[in-house]
Design a protein around this ligand. Sequence first.
Ligand code: S3P
Length: 173
Amino acid sequence: MKIVLIGYMGSGKSAIGKAVSNKLNYLFKDLDSEIEEKEEKKIAAIFSEKGEIYFRKQENEVLRSIISKEDHMVLSTGGGTPCYGTVMEYLGETENVVTVYLKASLDTLTERLFSEKEKRPLISHVESKENLQDFIRKHLFERSYIYNQADIIVAVDEKEVNEIVEELILKLF
Ligand code: S3P
């Protein structure tokens, strides 16, 4: 099974992905890290030096290459991964792929992202918490339509990583 975690920035995709892969003894891959390795640059540098369109193209290619190579795996994607091109259709029609939306509320995302926005080029320029919340509200509204197409949805607010992992595994098997 290929478990693909999707969701907004700050929803915990990497932390939960690692924990689920440990529990199931599956390989763990983080899409942003794979792109950084391939490009030999941090995500913020790819955005500033080559632009977002270039990043989205790489993101799409690296995703498809990982999905076609690996078997039992947990893959944490970037917040925008399923929202560009035909990624969601591709994941939906690929055998053995299960998509999981880690759903976090606007308040949770604002709190988490305000303290770690620097490495995220889409929000690093936003100065106040109020402006960040406004940005996330609109952006999440645009993206939710895609996220909600996932096979499984797990609400993550106010839950420990372990709790989320247990809940997800129950829904998967
Ligand atoms: C992005 C999310 C980031 C990263 C890039 C763009 C997005 O990943 O891929 O900065 O479009 O939401 P995280 O969701 O891991 O922060």
